[in-house]
Design a protein around this ligand. Structure first.
Ligand code: NAP
Length: 235
């Protein structure tokens, strides 16, 4: 009987490091993203979570790999889109695309994975500091990250009596491709962003992976938002 981590967006960044960490700790790992996870030993399932219709492939893969009686399962909702946009000019098509990946896919995955969640299992959501506040120019992301906190809280209530726990981990500025795409390669901007934590540096994706792993082992956190932002300096 194996423990399984199912990680969305494990092709890079925080998801890739989470896959590596769970694997190192002896769990088997399934990755769900458009590109494969580069960590040897991780089982890749190529899906575009933004395109409805991915569910049958995932359902079949779960049946064939996890089998009837897996050990603990940790489902990590990590994949997300971060787009520059504005609350006063969001197009319906764009907003739907972001919410499809960031909110609808996690809810659908919960439904597909539900039957495999034995006692000791967990559902971990990756939120953001923007799960609780907003910045300019990121309306769809801010909206989806607030929604992910709400979905975690609803999950907590609906898991009552199952011995399965859920947590929303909210990273701060983490040194991944997403952050680099967002702030660009300019060293001055990077230094200024790093200076917005009280430690004066960016968080590593390995650090967030470590927090996710601890959350998977810690049922007393059930229903919590866990802040993992290295003491972000508020401006
Ligand atoms: N980096 C930060 O500073 C930071 C701060 C706060 C919160 N977070 C959160 O942490 C999580 C991971 O962020 P990250 O920085 O590691 O991001 P990243 O480097 O951009 O990685 C995002 C992952 O999401 C996957 N993904 C995106 N669209 C997808 C789709 N349509 N279908 C399937 N997978 C898709 C990507 O895989 P493919 O391209 O292969 O599909 C990729 O593996 C996100 O939820 C993000 O909001 C990050």
């Amino acid at each position: 009987m194996s423990d399984w981590a199912i990680v969305t967006g494990a092709s890079r960044g925080i998801g890739r490091e989470a896959a590596a960490r769970f694997l190192k700790e002896g769990w088997r790992v399934l990755s769900l993203s458009r590109q494969d996870c580069p960590v040897a030993g991780v089982l890749p399932v190529r899906v575009d979570l933004g395109e409805p219709g991915w569910e049958p492939l995932v359902e079949r893969t779960l049946r064939e790999t996890l089998g009837a009686a897996p050990g603990r399962v940790c489902l990590i909702h990590n994949a997300a889109l971060y787009a520059h946009d504005d609350a006063l000019s969001l197009s319906a098509e764009h907003l739907r695309r972001v919410l499809e990946v960031n909110i609808v896919a996690p809810a659908q995955l919960n439904r597909l994975v539900r039957g495999y969640l034995s006692p000791g299992s967990s559902i971990l959501y990756v939120g953001s500091t923007l799960s609780e506040k907003a910045v300019r120019g990121a309306a769809s992301y801010v909206t989806s990250k607030h929604a992910i906190a709400g979905l975690m809280r609803a999950t907590c209530q609906d898991l009552a009596g199952t011995q399965v726990h859920t947590v929303c981990v909210c990273p701060g500025f983490t040194d991944t491709e997403m952050l680099r795409e967002h702030i660009g390669d300019n060293t001055e901007v990077r230094t200024s962003v790093a200076g917005r934590t009280t430690f004066g540096r960016l968080i590593t994706p390995e650090e967030i992976a470590g927090v996710l792993f601890q959350c998977a082992l810690t049922p007393v956190l059930h229903g919590s938002l866990v802040h993992a932002n290295l003491g972000q300096i508020e401006t």
